[in-house]
Design a protein around this ligand. Structure first.
Ligand SMILES: Nc1ncnc2c1ncn2[C@@H]1O[C@H](COP(=O)(O)OP(=O)(O)OP(=O)(O)O)[C@@H](O)[C@H]1O
Ligand SMILES: [Mg+2]
Length: 219
């Protein structure tokens, strides 16, 4: 089975707090994995380490056949933008930009033409069923629509992995189910793998695999 990401012996300490304490994790291509555990168990920190948003105190992260440990921050930021998608509980859209501009945002700055950027962003909005909302600003979209825009943005560079931190946490349960169904469709149609940090039993029940954390460790 092809691994999309592999982490070995990951440790992250903040002063005297060890948020992630020797974690091994592998995600297969096209697999949907739920990461669960009580508040403070280290889920977000683990996700940030996998995304290269934070440097591990020790341990290694490999994405497909690329070793991420030891890359400097600029290289890592560029790598992240081109290879993985990130989705957050609170959407993190830019309020002054339209849905389409939010989706295209990770393509700036780059030498991709405006026409190509627009075309790509439109196709991603179509993938999440929001082609008809392209000109709307986030404030004119429902929570579920805003999250779908954020997912379209995460898809802009055709990632093989999307890391999502409580993506249904701000949504009612019906809307949460729609987001989850969208993840499954993207897996089936585009082969995207997902690591979904969640407190939501519905997410866990439909995942291919559930990983549970306690005190920074996988249990
Ligand atoms: N930047 C930081 N500085 C200091 N301590 C931190 C920092 N980030 C996280 N921690 C600590 O690390 C531990 C794990 O935090 P983390 O945010 O990873 O938990 P979580 O499982 O995502 O919790 P929740 O379900 O509430 O989101 C907590 O004890 C937290 O206080
Ligand atoms: Mg968290």
């Amino acid at each position: 089975m092809n691994k999309v990401i592999t982490a070995k012996s990951l440790v992250k300490s903040f002063g005297t707090v060890t948020a992630v304490d020797g974690m091994d994790i592998e995600i297969n291509a096209g697999e949907i994995v739920a990461l669960m555990g009580r508040s403070g168990s280290g889920k977000t920190t683990a996700m940030h380490l996998l995304a290269g948003l934070e440097q591990a105190t020790s341990g290694k992260v490999r994405y497909q056949d690329k070793e991420l440990s030891g890359l400097d921050e600029d290289t890592l930021a560029l790598w992240r933008r081109e290879n993985i998608g990130l989705v957050f509980q609170s959407f993190h859209l830019i309020p002054t930009l339209s849905a389409l501009e939010n989706v295209a945002f990770p393509l700036y700055p780059s030498d991709i033409s405006v026409t190509e950027r627009t075309k790509r962003a439109e196709s991603r909005l179509e993938m999440v069923g929001l082609a008809d909302r392209a000109t709307h600003r986030p404030s004119r979209l429902s929570g579920g629509e805003q999250q779908r825009v954020a997912i379209a943005r995460a898809l802009i560079n055709d990632p093989d992995l999307i890391l999502a931190d409580e993506p249904t946490g701000n949504l009612d349960s019906e809307t949460g189910k729609e987001i989850l169904a969208l993840f499954h469709r993207l897996r089936d149609e585009a082969g995207v793998a997902f690591l979904i940090v969640t407190h939501d039993d519905e997410v866990a029940e439909t995942a291919d695999r559930v990983i549970r954390m306690k005190d920074g460790k996988i249990i």
